[in-house]
Write a protein that binds this ligand. Structure first.
Ligand code: FAD
Length: 370
């Protein structure tokens, strides 16, 4: 007899959600482990030395169109309304980003633009590329060269250390161009942030007598057994990199405390063509914490370090497909379920990964929950 019904490696959003579901819905004994010293994975937030709540691994703007998901999470947190506004700094000015009518008017020095006028202007600026095959062609065919070079080219080079012409259309293509004056960063119906933060949310979610949490513990080092396992760490690491390493892009964060209430006009400023960092983030705009001081985070993309963004190329996708086959065999033969950003080599937003965790729970319940 094992002491646990399930062992879950990784106490990020996926691991915490699966732990909560198995503990409360199946009455299973759960062992939840993480090699880091905290819960919430990359959504982890904590107070800086000056007491200002910061997002340790980059800003997390929670949003979803899924009311059921929001209701599920609302058992564990209250919310504050999302305040997700991004500006892009270029040529000494701050432009609303993603591009909208206000951005276009400011950039092309017009007093204002109607949607029809903006369409006519974009038609003039666009490059005639029938079927764009990469991010550069995609953006050129959408907004033309001046805006491409001002807002996309430098940012993409810094972020990926790759030219937009070597990246899939989806990389720059996922950023909308809006023919209205909506300055919000994303379009989702529900945009809100956990009132006490993400770590508090996931702590409450996993605070259950059936759940044992072990931090600072690597999956590879434990000798405990259970009939079902979930692995949310990097899939290539699980298989000892037998086909080679999957490529990831990493980031360094430099947090600077400032002795004033706010520094930036909005939470995030992108720097396409200035400085080595890509963006500065003042998360206090989002957390709405009342505090006389603030903290600014400077983000520097880099090749080595914690895995943050899967690199979207055909080669990396092919390599992942080989690991995916191994993972499927492992599920089939040893009841190890691979779920999440690292385990599936996919950039999921938090709402998407949580939906995925909930559907993985249904899969586990249907197979083992009797
Ligand atoms: C810079 C950045 C910004 C983001 N911004 C947003 C945003 O604005 N909005 C949004 O919705 N989403 C955002 N996301 C995405 C969000 O972080 C992810 O969707 C979410 O964290 C994925 O959850 P997960 O549980 O799959 O993985 P993770 O959060 O990565 O958690 C996995 C956990 O597994 C642990 N682990 C790994 N290997 C082992 C092992 N061998 N043994 C034990 N533990 C292990 C890790 O330590 C980690 O804690 C952002 C991500 C990044 C990187």
């Amino acid at each position: 007899m094992s002491a646990y019904d399930i062992i879950i490696a990784g106490a990020g959003p996926v691991g915490c959600t699966l732990a909560e579901r198995c503990a409360t819905q199946l009455n299973w004994k759960v062992l939840l482990i993480d090699k880091r010293g905290h819960l919430a994975g990359n959504c982890h937030d904590r107070p800086h030395e000056n007491g200002v709540l910061i997002h340790q691994y980059g800003p997390h703007y929670f949003r979803t169109n899924n009311k059921q998901l929001l209701d599920y999470l609302s058992q564990f947190t209250e919310w504050v309304p999302g305040n997700y506004f991004v500006t892009s700094y270029a040529k000494g000015e701050y432009f609303p980003f993603p591009i909208n009518l206000l951005t276009l008017a400011q950039f092309f020095k017009k007093d204002s633009l109607t949607p029809d006028e903006a369409l006519a202007l974009l038609a003039e600026k666009r490059e005639p590329i029938e079927n764009p095959k990469n991010s550069e062609e995609f953006v050129l065919s959408r907004v033309g060269r001046e805006m491409y070079e001002t807002f996309y080219l430098g940012y993409t080079l810094k972020q990926w250390d790759m030219h937009p012409r070597d990246l899939a259309t989806s990389v720059c293509g996922r950023i909308p161009v809006r023919l209205n004056t909506d300055c919000r960063y994303v379009d989702h119906e529900f945009q809100c942030t956990p009132k006490e933060g993400f770590t508090a949310l996931f702590t409450k979610m996993t605070n259950h007598p059936n759940i044992e949490i072990r931090l600072n513990t690597d999956y590879k080092t434990i000798s405990d057994e259970a009939p079902v396992k979930v692995y949310t760490g990097p899939v290539d690491e699980y298989f000892d990199y037998c086909y080679g390493k999957l490529p990831w892009r990493s980031l360094a964060f430099d947090f600077k405390a400032v002795d004033q209430e706010f520094v930036q006009p909005n939470v995030q400023i992108n720097y396409s063509n200035d400085y080595d960092y890509t963006r500065t983030v003042e998360i206090k705009h989002v957390t709405r914490q009342e505090h006389p001081q603030t903290v600014i985070s400077y983000e520097y993309p880099k090749a080595e370090g914690d895995p943050y963004y899967p690199i979207p190329t055909a080669d990396s996708q092919q390599l992942y497909e080989r690991y995916k086959q191994l993972a499927e065999q492992e599920t089939e033969q040893h009841e190890v379920y691979f779920c999440g950003r690292l385990a599936e080599y996919k950039y999921f937003n938090t709402d998407e990964v949580l939906e995925h965790a909930l559907s993985t729970f249904e899969r586990i319940k249907n197979k083992h929950g009797h």
